[in-house]
Write a protein that binds this ligand. Sequence first.
Ligand SMILES: [Fe+2]
Length: 244
Amino acid sequence: MATKATSAKKAPAAPAPRVAAAKKAAAASDGRADTAKAPDAADIDAPVRPADRNQPLVQPILNQQRDAVAPLQKFGTVAQRLPIGLSEQVRQESVTMLNQLLADTITLRDMYKKHHWQVVGPTFYQLHLLYDKHYEEQSELVDTIAERIQILGGVAVAMAADVAELTSIPRPPKDREEAPVQVSRLLEAHQIMLKNCHDFAKRADDSGDDGTNDLVVSDVMRTNEMQVWFVSEHVVNTPLAKAE
Ligand SMILES: [Fe+2]
């Protein structure tokens, strides 16, 4: 058999000096001696030794979250890291406002995706596409707001459970709802966001945080107002075929 004969000829390559040295260095650096036992096969957390001991051990250091002593920075605090000409008090106030806007924007973004999936009826196609467009726009806002929080030295809220605790937008049911109900929910959420935007923009202006004021007005407020327009027109009761 030609294949067998060919493979039989292939003897394992002799260990290259460079590879052997790397293996030795890796073992020395983490305190493991060459006499270390092979890990139990059932222990998925144990370092995995290559079958060929001439191979260097290249293994990620896993599960470091278990022994983490303290976070780098607590949520709700601000650190003076970047020289952006704003006092800690101003940055703290802006970070608190922006985290509220962030939690509400994440919630609204996700509500758009829920409705994108669940919409039914004769306006299905239009709303399906419109909801997804607005989802993408809200997604961009999420990133813009979160990065502004980090620039100010704060910690951006991120995970769904934390967002749910913080948001001021009422939680919609898991159920599928009629299109006009979806639209009404979205408009209520936009209104909550926009009221906050007016308040936060004024406070940021008063405190001298022009960057936050600009973000709230130019990005968050303008985007939400535009979306309110597009969504609202779907619940205007107009004749479809014959003028009344
Ligand atoms: Fe989709």
